[in-house]
Ligand binder design. Structure first.
Ligand code: BDR
Ligand code: CA
Length: 343
């Protein structure tokens, strides 16, 4: 099976960490690297969390690159109180992870992204699950990169449902609306995995019990983190009955587009005024056929959750057996193999 070459651009909080575990466990993904960005935590902390999670998963072969530390045009960044409530001060639910002992690469995240796009072109998929500042820097420095890249799958935005920071804005887009606008209008081939679909996918204590039943330290730590996240949801959105599995869904749809139904439009983000951070179609292109962004509007949540638990379980059950070749072993079925009854 041909694996999808993937880079993850993460502000590593809890669901970003789960996205790493999911990508690492999928047999149809070749994880080329992780870049860090500010968001749930600082970019430094995001990089450190990614390194520690990769160590927990036995995936020290995956390089981590330091990305942008603040929104475009700003010098500094401090995580908002709400991020600290949802992801904890350390971004991973105050869970103590063994320090990986590894450092980030000397090449910057933005340089790595540009180099990878220019080398791999259409073969490359980038999954971005934090503010879009790294990608905006890539397209501002190297505008031709937008047309060369395969797919850019973004967890962010809320097109048909309310936002999660305010009624019209989702956290990753509001984290740097100018960067989001640059990325949406760059000409890149984009899939938007927004709250429209991520809020339909939930983890509950049933899944954390399953993680603990794997009987490994990796399973325990992932369950501890997820329960911190679950408790935040119980306080902030008790009506949901679980926590949304936002960032892993972007990985899932990047690997297996048949998980979602989409609607194509020319998307952008509001950068000023009372609706700052809103994701919205570009009015001037309403009569232009097609679109640059496939907005996910529906998801096969059941099949996604099943594949998520299988892949994370594969990562967590025997981390000492993990490595870049793992997908070639054991004949495990790819989560990407959609049945005819799926969406
Ligand atoms: C997004 O915001 C962050 O808190 C999560 O990691 C996710 O990427 C959800 O709005
Ligand atoms: Ca994130």
């Amino acid at each position: 099976m041909e694996k999808k070459k993937m880079i993850l651009d993460l502000d590593t909080g809890i669901d970003d960490a789960l996205a790493i575990a999911y990508a690492a466990g999928r047999t149809d993904i070749e994880l080329l690297g992780i870049t860090s960005v500010f968001g749930n935590v600082t970019a430094d902390r995001a990089a450190e969390n990614s390194l520690d999670i990769l160590a927990l998963l036995g995936r020290e072969d995956v390089p981590v690159y330091q990305g942008e530390g603040a929104p475009l045009g700003e010098e500094t960044y401090a995580p908002a109180a709400i991020s600290r409530q949802i992801h904890g001060e350390n971004g991973v639910g105050e869970i103590r992870l063994a320090p990986s002992g590894r450092k980030t690469e000397t090449e910057s995240g933005v340089d790595f992204l540009i180099r990878s796009i220019m080398t791999l072109g259409k073969e490359l998929t980038i999954v971005a699950t934090g503010p879009l500042t790294n990608l905006a820097a890539v397209f501002r420095r190297c505008p031709q990169a937008a047309g060369q890249l395969g797919k850019l799958v973004i967890m962010g935005g809320a097109v048909t449902v309310p936002g999660n920071v305010c009624p019209w804005a989702e956290a990753n887009i509001l984290g740097d609306p100018a960067a989001a606008k640059t990325v949406f209008e760059s000409g890149a081939d984009i899939v938007l995995v927004g709250l429209d679909v991520t809020m339909r996918t939930l983890l509950t204590r049933k899944e954390t019990a399953q993680m603990r039943a794997w009987g490994t330290e990796t399973g325990e730590k992932l369950a501890d983190m997820t329960e911190f996240y679950l408790k935040a949801y119980e306080r902030l959105a008790p009506w949901m009955g679980g926590c949304a599995i936002h960032d892993p869904l972007a990985v899932g749809i990047a690997a297996d587009p048949s998980l979602a139904e989409t609607f194509s439009t020319y998307l952008t983000a509001e950068t000023e005024g009372p609706l700052r951070g809103r994701t919205i179609g570009r009015q001037e292109l309403l009569r232009t056929p097609g679109g640059n962004t496939a907005v996910c509007l529906n998801v096969d949540a059941e099949r996604y959750l099943k594949g998520f638990m299988e892949a994370v379980g594969r990562s967590a059950k025997a981390p000492e057996m993990n490595g870049p070749e793992r997908g070639a072993d054991a004949g495990a079925p790819a989560e990407g193999s959609a049945g005819k009854d799926n969406l």
